[in-house]
Design a protein around this ligand. Structure first.
Ligand code: FES
Length: 77
């Protein structure tokens, strides 16, 4: 069930499912999170979720009603 509302830095929002990989949730919303190692060590994929920094390549969408995502490096906007 897609019951997590995600607000992206480009002001778009999407709905996702708790436990989904962040990279997939972003991809589904046509958002590209910059990545590097995909193993949790380089930090290229870091995003801020409700003010908490997570590494998107090794983290999943938490079970919350609504999430506000910010990017640190933003090549697109
Ligand atoms: S891509 Fe390197 S920490 Fe996520």
């Amino acid at each position: 069930m897609k019951n997590v509302k995600i607000n992206w830095p480009n002001k778009e929002s999407s709905n996702s499912t708790p436990g989904v990989d962040w990279l997939k949730a972003a991809h589904d919303a046509n958002i590209e999170i910059p990545t590097g190692c995909l193993g949790g060590s380089c930090g290229a994929c870091e995003i801020e979720v409700n003010g908490v920094v997570v590494r998107a390549c090794i983290a999943t969408v938490p079970n919350e009603k609504e999430l506000n995502v910010e990017f640190f490096s933003d090549p697109y906007w």
